[in-house]
Design a binder for this molecule. Sequence first.
Ligand code: M6R
Length: 611
Amino acid sequence: MCGIVGYIGDREALPVLINGLKRLEYRGYDSAGVAIMGEGTNVYKCKGKVSDLEKHIDGREHSGSIGIGHTRWATHGEPNDVNAHPHVSYHGKFIIIHNGIIENYARLRDKLIERGVKFKSETDTEVLANLIEHIYENGSVDAELAVRLALSKVIGAYGIVVMCTEEKDKLIAARKGSPLVVGVGNEEYFLASDATPIVEYTKSVIYLNDGDVAIIKKEQLNLKTQRSDETGPTVQKLSFDIGEIDKGGYEHFMLKEIFEQPQSIEDTFRGRVSSEESEIRLGGLYDVLPRLIEAKRIIIIGCGTSWHAGLVGEYLFEDIARVSVEVEYASEFRYRNPIIEKDDIIIAISQSGETADTLAAIRQAKEKGAIVLGICNVVGSSIPRETHAGVYTHAGPEIGVASTKAFTCQVTVLAMMAILIGRKKGLISDNKYRSLIKEFTEIPEKIKKILTLSEDIKKLAKLYQNANNALYLGRGYLFPVALEGALKLKEISYIHAEGYPAAEMKHGPIALIDNKMPVVIIATKDSSYEKIVSNIQEVKARSGIVIAVVTEGDTVIRKMADHVIEIPETTNIFAALLSVVPLQLFSYYIAVMRGCNVDQPRNLAKSVTVE
Ligand code: M6R
């Protein structure tokens, strides 16, 4: 959480910083600030969004070609002007932006107070700013060494960028547990929490590793370890374009991303799934394939929507590859003492590749000797770099806080993996394989067809925009879709919603059913169709309102349900890829009608880098 940007070069820093912060606002949006060094040094910060910051700066002095900026998701201290970043040290020599948490900040703060340092904010970041300054003033060291010594005393996670008003030719950046990317321009450098603010200036980037400290001058970058050993930076090329991070004419990123799903699934297929080939190709898994085929158990970990994709994965791997699967919240997995056998494989799923709990769970699993694979979207993020092997989803940048295309691409990758393993194990005949691939590659076209229903779904949303609660039900592959539909509704429209396996309804949730609460039932034709028809009858018998997602041409449920959304037929194993789309649209339109900030829902952030 929190977005950080930095610039050093010949341009005016402010526009670069403001543009960058707008691109990173999805990471946190309760306050924002910038610091710019030119002839003088100016720090501007305020509660609110980047647009509020722009108004705050308007008409004030801001020239300078070195600067840092921050958009905050509050951890220590409420969102207000004082707690906003950048933080300036007591004597004004250091200015710092920070993403992460300094866990031992209270102890460090007390010690600094004992030595006469005064604090203005409640943040852990100001402690770090003052610690650096204290070491700089009392240790007769330069800014770089002061930063490194301060960081050696810190427990916790950080991505920081530091400016020193007495060494105006450089920015000092460091990371441990929070991402930082450096963009390499021509006699200029850009810094950001991810590459989206950088891609419009340069495609050459360096992803900092944990423990790296970068000393960045206009014409040169030195990368060192915290102990000052020089390390050679690896410059990589970004694989996406600026066009992919604009709204592209849509009102919201979320809507754009819902509509991008046919393309993003095609991109996830590219070079991997083809009707001309006799098997699926996943180059990233090549070295671990024998281990995967022999695995006795797969443990899938993730958070939020990625965890829901993992649940679909459980059904896929057990169905197609006949391997036993457990799906765990990363945050629970890491705090247990999980038993990991030598033939187990861990699969970590994460759109951002930066989720703190997922990363911590990966580290724990590796310590226990496990082989850990990643399914991630953001190229070069921490999870792909810390896992033994993996597969990128290629969904393209997902900016809306509510995950949509990342989910369908994660499920696409899981289906590819399950089919690959099933085929390698000899469980899928040539004929079966051909028909599976035919069905799989038709999914993007079928999603396009569902997207043409958006106006009908909007009308439905209008009817239920004022609901206080909603229940989502599904069975088998469609149970995780029920969970995902409920999550989408609650996170962007603030309507309380629960997802349940349809059969579980009788064990509690049925008590909630009345003539006000919509019950969304995903009831496409599969092996449990008859059972779910009975569940619909049970809801109707209690005067419940049923919105059913059904297979095209279903006349049975049409007669019972209050509303039906018809989607194209597909086989069980791909059903989640289609049935989730109308639920995404339903939540989106309800949230818009309720006047909610769809792309930046309250209290949330896209990338949860705190534990
Ligand atoms: O980047 P990750 O996939 O690891 O993120 C996990 C969750 O934070 C994320 O899916 C979250 O639940 C979304 N807001 C859901 O829409």
